[in-house]
Design a protein around this ligand. Structure first.
Ligand code: CO
Length: 133
């Protein structure tokens, strides 16, 4: 199985202010995009083969908004997989607790699914399969 870290999701209360702070660190952001399924807007900041993903909730019921009530900072680790369906089936067979039993649509038409943080010592993992060309 081919795996790599695709991005780290970072929860921020204000995307524009965060983009300014990260620009001061030398990061160049891709165009910001809306993720309606997650009730947030986001921007990717490429770093080598991976990216940082800054996440601002657009609705108080967003899971990122609930996260920000407790703390800001790293929200999730996203791992790129070749075949999300097969990966989810494998994790289910291992008894791993999942948030998403089936893939949903993520940023840029990718397919994503989240593993429950209880399965990974409190870390929220996103699994992502890139859209086919
Ligand atoms: Co993400």
């Amino acid at each position: 199985m081919n795996l790599r870290i695709d991005h780290l999701g970072i929860a921020v209360p204000n995307l524009a202010a965060a983009l300014e702070a990260y620009a001061a660190l030398g990061f160049k952001a891709d165009k910001a995009h809306d993720v309606p399924s997650e009730k947030l807007k986001a921007a990717f900041l490429p770093i080598g083969e991976s990216s940082l993903e800054l996440l601002e909730p657009t609705d108080a019921t967003s899971s990122v908004a609930r996260f920000l009530q407790k703390r800001s900072g790293v929200h999730h680790v996203c791992v790129l997989v070749d075949d999300l369906g097969k990966t989810l089936a494998l994790l289910r067979s291992l008894g791993v607790r999942l948030i998403d039993e089936t893939p949903r649509v993520g940023a840029g038409g990718s397919r994503v699914a989240f593993i429950h943080p209880r399965a990974a010592c409190g870390v929220l993992f996103e699994l992502k399969q890139a859209p086919s060309e």
